[in-house]
Design a protein around this ligand. Sequence first.
Ligand SMILES: [Zn+2]
Length: 497
Amino acid sequence: MSFVVLTAEWFHETNTFNRNLTEYHSFMDRFGFFGADAIRERGDANTELAGFLDVARRHGWETIHVLSASAEPAGYVTRDAFDRLGGAIVKAAMENKDKLSGILLGLHGAMVTEFNEDGEGELLRRLREVVGPTMPIAITLDLHANVTPLMCELANIICSYKTYPHVDMRERGNQAGEILHRAMKGEIRPRTLRAHRPMLDEANGGRTDIGPMVSRVAEAVAYEKETGVYAVSINAGFGNADIADVGPTVLVTYDGDEAQHRAFAESIMDDIWQKRFDVLNNYMPVEEAAAIAKAYTRTKGPIIIADYADNPGGGGYGDSTNLLAALLAAGIEDAAFGPMVDPEVAQQLRAHRVGDKVSLQLGGKTDPRFGGGPLHVTAELKLVSDGAYTGDGPMVGGLRLSFGPSAVIQVDGIEILVTTEPAQMLDLQQFRAFGIDPAAKTVVGLKSMQHFRAAFEPIAGQVIVCDSGALCTTYLDRLPYRNVSRPIYPLDRQMAR
Ligand SMILES: [Zn+2]
């Protein structure tokens, strides 16, 4: 018999310290596609949906795909956005519940709404109300999910990304779909257990290219081959969420004896806890980064300076000026910088012609306490664009995305990409589509924590990371936490377990 499976993709990583609410249009601005449109845009790329459809083809499922939507990380998701997008998924489940065999969702796992700390848990709760307690539900999650006990109780199957930079979306979609298929056949009855420690941030931010996560992921993959084990997920958590259930988790999706699998999950969690003081990354002050860039001699490629703290992919505003100011003060030449998210300036520049000299108050407007206030600069306008680009790297290759109305300006020795919409730098086309070739520059300043490495390390002569003091600063004691359970590492550094 063939199975009918309801599918959807709905992603948000909510930075609860970000002042900007995430509204319905925030999803539509990044991407929001319904039904066949979603399949056309995302059905054959490195996406969860493509993985779901791979499984559907292999097993002859009929799929009902509701939507694929994602907003750039920012503040709380509004009730309106949650009810409309989550509501569409629940409504489709209601309309089709008599013929559905299972539900397969691509989620992030760190959604916080205006009315509920656990967006994914709330979606699953509403779905369970419709389809009952026994229908198999499988979900994929981002490695930066804050996984709650409720999510594990309501989803039978959870498969989180095992890579950061995230490059295994389609693979995880396949994994979750295959487990779901066995559950729908009645061959297995999977459920998911969760181990957790009171931490805002796991050491090393979940990087899977170096450090202790490499061996943890290898252990997880090996354990997935044990009898009765279907998926092991190590979530680094997302520390910029002021919620009770914040922090890293280890999940095992299994059948059978819980005690054995729990012991495995706890052993990985213990390793994460014990290594919490290890310093693996050097987040340098912007002045130090600028001095290193000034002394850099280009050989095989540019020096890449990543601003970790103003990463729009973690809910940073993308308008921090501290790094750009330091680069300008150091007299850096032959450089590119982006993005500088400033809708006002992007709009202002549209009234000018290429070649015009324009006086600007650039960036730093959203919340200057984090990352610096506006810079007064005189710029030459080099290009005006609608901001659209198509990725060609390992993360977003083939996907059509947009920065919204954008411009390129030259200030002293630096070409700067000014955008309307925030997005982190993770693909070379985010510069190249706007006439900037990062590989040909001596210095490239960009906003990203880790994802940039997938596309930019291959062109780089050297990579350094700095902390501009913007909203995703590594100094977590500068953020006004109120709702996290205390004590918690690193706010209460002296705590015992
Ligand atoms: Zn992530």
